[in-house]
Design a protein around this ligand. Structure first.
Ligand SMILES: Cc1ncc(COP(=O)(O)O)c(C=O)c1O
Length: 417
């Protein structure tokens, strides 16, 4: 079926949850996607931060072929060779102790919320009501941040800020409070003996690539330590090398109690992990949490290969180097066109904040063969494969320049020589 036939079919038979880009992807190679007509797209969206090693990476394809021919699935009631080594590797990389494998980022968040409640219940049991008729005092509240995104199932959605995602599904899960971004004083005020955990993204992704300040992050960690609440780092979008560090929180030397990873972990197959301190992980016992598919042999073996590649000498340096170059080119572009009001991000998680809505710009970029997306209506977000080179950056910048310069209310400023 061609693009028109597929898009007509989807209009009739899919639940209408996505606005798709107008082409039919049939193959990928390195940082390029190809459509059914052979047109090539330079992918600066990377499958929404999933394809961080690019498409059809030969070492990953070899794992898919080999494992695909031997063992696609065994239930979590049976040992297989890869889950243990992957948990051990994630424990070493985070400095934590144990992992639970889920399938999606949302599921990892959901599991972490349960883990926080289980830990609080075990270590800080409910106190009897202070007076007759009062409720028992229980520790179950989770603090999340304004502008955050943690997922769309009811628990994860309850920890997610934008009203447009939450409102249609209320009532949500009770016990979630939102703290003003980078407002350490508000964080302090929001903490109480009921606080079981703080969950945050070191760099907010869906929220428009918004960085949290060192002061705020360190205050969150200190308050968690002081109250024996869990400090949960959602590294689902910003982790696993994206910022040029293995984990974005490492920039400030933080030590979360729980780290959540997903998106690029198994290079495009569903795999997520909750990595936790031993004492925290022990709040779960057999039967308290589980999933049929989580941590299957093919996914875990792929993830071992992905982590091995990210750990190779020079890999993260490359991300920092190309990320720095990309940032500098975005800053130059900002000088040249009037509709970029800010550039922000770290490594290869970058954004150009526009003074106009970005939807039409993304549409024209896709037409010109460049993939990116727009979040928060005016934020062009770039999450390219971590293997891009400077020449790819140059191509995307030069592809965007005429589109941005000709967008209404933009006036080309004096162009750099
Ligand atoms: C920071 C963060 N947390 C959680 C999620 C949810 O992950 P998933 O879409 O795999 O369920 C996302 C997805 O974009 C995310 O960016």
């Amino acid at each position: 079926m061609n693009f028109e036939e597929i898009s007509e079919l989807e209009k009739r038979v899919l639940v209408p949850t996505y606005d798709r880009m107008p082409f039919l992807a049939v193959r990928g190679e390195s940082c390029y996607l190809y459509d059914d007509s052979g047109k090539k797209y330079l992918d600066f969206l990377g499958g929404l931060a999933v394809n961080s090693l690019g498409y059809a990476h030969p070492e990953l394809m070899a794992v898919v072929r080999d494992e695909g021919e031997s063992l696609l699935h065994v239930s979590n009631l049976i040992y297989h060779p890869y889950q243990g080594p992957l948990a051990e590797k994630l424990a070493r990389l985070t400095g934590l102790d144990r992992a639970f494998f889920a399938n999606t980022g949302t599921e990892a968040v959901e599991g972490a919320i349960k883990l926080a409640r289980a830990y609080a219940r075990k270590h800080h049991p409910a106190e009897p009501p202070a007076s007759a008729g009062a409720l028992p005092f229980e520790r179950f509240e989770i603090l999340a941040l304004e502008n955050c995104f943690h997922g769309r199932t009811l628990g994860a959605l309850s920890a997610t800020w934008p009203e447009k995602y939450r409102k249609p599904f209320e009532p949500l899960v009770p016990g979630f409070k939102f703290v003003r971004l980078n407002d350490a004083a508000h964080l302090r005020e929001s903490f109480s003996p009921r606080t079981a955990a703080v969950i945050l993204e070191t760099i907010q992704g869906e929220g428009g690539v918004v960085e949290l300040s060192e002061e705020f992050l360190k205050t969150a960690q200190e308050l968690c330590r002081a109250h024996d609440a869990l400090f949960i780092a959602d590294e689902i979008q910003c982790g696993l090398g994206r910022t040029g560090r293995f984990f974005a929180y490492q920039r400030f030397g933080l030590k979360p109690d729980v780290v959540l990873v997903a998106k690029p972990l198994a290079a495009g197959l569903p795999l997520a992990a909750i990595v936790a301190r031993d004492e925290v992980a022990q709040a779960f016992s057999p039967g308290m949490h589980g999933t049929t598919f989580g941590g299957g042999p093919l996914q875990c073996r792929l993830a071992l290969k992905v982590l091995e590649i990210i750990e190779r000498p020079g890999f993260l340096e490359h991300v920092r180097e190309v990320g720095g170059y990309f940032r500098a080119q975005l800053e130059r572009l900002k000088q040249d066109v009037s509709i970029i009001s800010d550039v922000r991000g770290e490594g290869l998680m970058q954004a150009a904040v526009l003074s106009v809505p970005g939807k039409d710009i993304v549409r024209r970029a896709v037409e010109a063969g460049f993939l990116m997306n727009c979040t928060q209506e005016k934020v062009l977000r770039f999450l390219p494969p971590l293997v891009i080179e400077r020449r790819h950056v140059d191509q995307v910048i030069e592809g965007l320049r005429p589109i941005l310069a000709s967008t209404s209310d933009s006036k080309t400023k004096e162009v750099h020589a």
